[in-house]
Design a protein. Structure first.
Length: 139
């Protein structure tokens, strides 16, 4: 069995943002030479996420609004986590809802997706560098 590992770095200038990373992951599969297996893609930071959904701008706006309703950034005093001098208690909760990682089958050297599925990096406490890990195993 072969394995492949690569990291991607992101520096999202806004506090919240979404980036389609499907092409980057597909490129990793090509580089790996793996034709049948699994690819794990995970955010390496506790205020960021990797998830699968549709690449549609209205949906991304809905995510931003919905997450802010679930866990509003302000007032900062709303979160005990912020008592330690942080201002990102909401980002931890948003990440928990959106998830840390995705695993996708690799079939015939391609991501084996359902209709409209794409992989996204989700940022909930931006303005600094963060990374995503891609790990592929298979033959």
């Amino acid at each position: 069995m072969k394995s492949y590992r690569k990291e991607f770095w992101f520096d999202i200038p806004a506090r919240v943002g979404f980036v389609n990373i499907t092409g980057k992951v597909a490129q990793c599969i090509n580089e790996s030479g793996i034709k049948e297996g699994l690819v794990l893609v995970n955010a390496m930071h506790i205020t960021a996420s990797v998830f699968i959904n549709d690449d549609e701008s209205g949906l991304h706006e809905d995510y931003t609004r919905w997450l802010e309703e679930l866990a509003p950034h302000k007032p900062l005093s709303l979160y005990r986590h912020n008592r330690a001098g942080e201002d990102n208690g909401d980002a931890h909760l948003k990440r928990q809802v959106m998830g840390r990682e995705v695993v996708v089958a690799v079939t015939n050297g391609c991501l084996d997706f359902g209709p409209w599925e794409q992989i996204f990096y989700g940022e909930f406490d931006g303005r600094r560098r963060k990374r995503v890990l891609v790990k592929i195993i298979g033959e």
